[in-house]
Design a protein around this ligand. Sequence first.
Ligand code: GAR
Length: 226
Amino acid sequence: MTGKNVKRVAVFISGRGSNLEALIAASKVRDCPYRIVAVLSDNSEADGLELAARGNIETFAIPRSDFGSRSEHEAAVLNALNAIEPDIVCLAGYMRLLSADFVGQWKGRILNIHPSLLPNLPGLETHKRALSLGMRIHGCTVHFVSEGMDDGPIIGQAAVVVRTDDDEDVLAARVLKAEHRLYPEMLRLVATDRIRMSSGGATIFDDASAPDCDDIVLISPVPLKR
Ligand code: GAR
C-alpha cells in the first residue's frame, strides 16, 4: 500500500477508547490501508485522548460545556474536522448525536460501532436489554452513519452467543472483544473501497459473494439431543 493510497482517519471518542486502541493497533500492521491522524473528543477527561497523545496522534478536546448550544458545539467540531481533512471519520464510543447537516456534509464517510446487532437494540444498556429479552445471540455492528441514532447502512456484524450464566458485565466484555476484532476489519473494507454507502444502503464491490462463515448456526439454551 503506497502512502498516497493510505486513508486518513479521524476517530471521535467520549471515554475509555478501547475501540480506538484496537484501531490504532491494527493500523500499525504492515500494508494497513488507513492511518489514524487525529482523535477528537467532547470530553477533555477521556482516557482515549491520553492514549492517542502517547501514540503521537493529534488530539482535539472540544467539551460540550464550553459552548452555549448544541449547534455551536457541533460547529466547532466541524471546524476541527475540516482542518484535519480526514478521508474517513470513525465514531468509537462518541456519545453524541450528529445533526442531519453534519452527517450530510460527511455523507458516506462516517462509520460507527454499536454494541448490538442493529437494528435491534439501538441506544444505551444494550447488554442488559439483550439479557432481559432472553436473546440467544447478541453482538455488535459497524455501520455507515445516517441521521438517526445508531442508524445507517450496515457494513458488518459480529455475533456473540449469549450463555445462560452470563451477567451484564460478562456479556459486555465478550461483545467488546468482538468489537475490537470487527471495527478494524470493517474500516479496512471501507478504506480499500470494497464497500461504499449508496442510496440503497451499502454497495459491495468484491468478487466473492458468500460471507466468510457458516450459513446457519443454531443457538440453543440447552444442548440439543442428537
Ligand atoms: C463501545 O462498546 C461502543 O460500541 C459503544 O460505546 C463503547 C465505547 O467503548 N458505542 C455506542 O454505544 C454507540 N451507540 P470504548 O470507548 O472502550 O471504545
